[in-house]
Every structure is written in C-alpha cells, then in structure tokens.
Design a binder for this molecule. Sequence first.
Ligand code: SF4
Ligand code: SF4
Length: 360
Amino acid sequence: MVTTLITFEKAARIALFSLMPNRPYHAQWMITRKCNYRCKGCNVWQEQDTKELSTEEIKKGLDILRDLGVIEIVFSGGNPLLREDIDEILEYASRFFVTTVYDNGSMAAKKIDALRNVDFVAISLDSLDPAKQDYIKGVKGAWHNAMEAIETLHKNGIRVGVSPTISQLNLYEILDLTRYFLRKEIPVWYCLYSYDCAPGQNQLFKIGKKNDEFTITDYEAMVNLCDSLIALKKKNNNILITSQILNAVKNLYLTGERTWKCKALKSFFIIDHRGRVAGCHVQDPVASIFDLPKMWDSPKFKELRKKYRECNRCTYLCYIFYSLHGSVKGNFQIAEENWRSAKLFLKGDSVKFPGLVKTR
Ligand code: SF4
Ligand code: SF4
C-alpha cells in the first residue's frame, strides 16, 4: 500500500478545517489552458489563452485559499504539468492542502520528483483498448503513455489513480477496467461525461464540448454499473467513489430525480488560469481570487449560493461529491468509508493520522 507523508502543520490544519462548518472544503484550479492532447469531449485545446497567472500570483492565491479554510485542492487545466513552474507550485500547495494533480498520461512520468510532493495523481484513462483511448484523446500513443505513467508512478511509490470518464463510448467496459486496476492495487476514481454549458460569453472558462457519441443513452446499463460498483466497493477500498454518490447517480438515471442540492460556491468552487472564480466551470466567473476574502460572506455570494442550490444543469461527479459530502458530517462519512484505504502518516512521527482521501 502506498502511504502519503504529510507534515504535522498540514495534518493539524486539515483536521481543524474539516470540522469547521460553512467553509469551502475544495477548490479546483485550472492553472493553465496549455494542452498537448486533442480530446473529443473538450474545448480547451481549441480555445487557447496564453495569459495566465504568474508563479507568485498563484502562491498568493494559495495563501488566500489556505486562510479561507480550503483543505483540498485539485490542479487541472489544460495539463497543469505543462507549466514550467509546476514543481514550485506543487511543492508550495502541498505544504497546506491535500493536493491532487491531473495528467492526461503524457507528463507524469517526466515529473516524478515534483509529484512526490502531492497526495494523489490522477491519470486520465478511459479504456483498456489502445485504439479507443487514442481516439478519445485525439492523439496516437495516448493509451501507451497513460499505462506507462501509471506503472512508473506506482513503482516509485507515488499514490496514483486511474481516472476514467464514464460515457456511452466506454460504459460497457468500466467494470472490466476497474477490476483490471484493482488487481494491480491501483485506485480508480471516476468522472462522468456531462455537457451542460450554455453557449455564450466566457467560453474560455468552460471545459466541456458537446459530443453526442459520449452522451449516455443506455440508462439501464448505467444503473447496473452503479449497482456493480456498490457491490465491488464492499470488497475493495480502492474504488474511490462513495456509495452515497453511486446511489444518487443510480437514482438519477432511474427516476430523473436529483437527491442532492448543489453546494457550488459554498463547499466548493473553481478557479481558472487567469484567477477568476466561479461556483463551477459551467457558471460564469463572479470574482477574482484576490477578492475572495471580501466576497466570501458578501450578499452577492449568498444570493448566488441560493441560485446554485436549485440548479440542475450538470452531473459532474466531483460537484455531486462536494454537494453530498461537503460538510462536517460529510467529512466523517468519507473518513468512515476510506480510513482503511487512506492512511496519512505524520512526517517524522509514528502516529497515524486518518485523513481524507479524494473521492469523486
Ligand atoms: S480533456 Fe484534458 S487532456 Fe484532453 S484536451 Fe482537454 S485539457 Fe487536454
Ligand atoms: S448543478 Fe451546481 S455544479 Fe452543476 S452547473 Fe449547476 S451550479 Fe454548477
């Protein structure tokens, strides 16, 4: 089992803020739009923007997030590992936050030293079929790159997981893919294809692209997949999705009813490469990260939270996760499900710290 070493300061901070109500728990930061892949379900590579925050600005932003009480940060993009200063950013972020970084499989093996600092690396892999993976990613060799990255990181003791995006294209093979990586003791952490962006301004903030091939049409298969994963979870702790989420998704596909209220801009929010903040990437930016301290308790944000609470535009699993679990009670639920699989050890100390594992 891979263990994650964290400092006493970080462990204490996570424990303290996990128990504080009305704080944002999670931020996803798309720190660049640079990308070397051409994925069919993504508009990022088609809509590039070279303007992005400097290293110092990102560190200042991280200080703001730390003071606000954020405990977990996910770096995505574009491909965050394409930033030249990524080593410095990850080292700084991982001092304070449970830190996760996404890679499409092309860069992680070249960034081993930087990735030793983070708590979790998610490699995007949608299929065990090389031709299908390369087709979805729009790049020849994508499958080979991802498999090699997973193996290299795993061998080097870095906590790496496979992150398939469930869509109609791979729906029938998700269970096989899951079992394949469970046998290798590699965690699986799911995304769900969802396209819910209205056309309009701020397209750069959006990351999804409408693609009918991906839209799930076989609801029965989706319901069966949720049931199978719930059953598998009982025997294996490396399925990094909670039963509550699987039940919520199952219910959605069975009845069309949502059993959760969205907590965008409350438990979670998103930041783009220019430092603009939104409740999620589907909604418009509402502030700069540098204005967050004064905006967080503002009447404008309170109004937006009420509006997002009733929103039903998307089914992104990470947003469902923080809507269902983004509370003190939720943190305990995650801990209960994951304590056995996510043991965080204090650096230079033999005391075990039962921490939260990123799950979505
Ligand atoms: S999905 Fe990720 S890897 Fe693929 S093109 Fe978009 S940003 Fe790049
Ligand atoms: S349901 Fe929540 S996360 Fe999804 S689009 Fe609406 S506000 Fe954003």
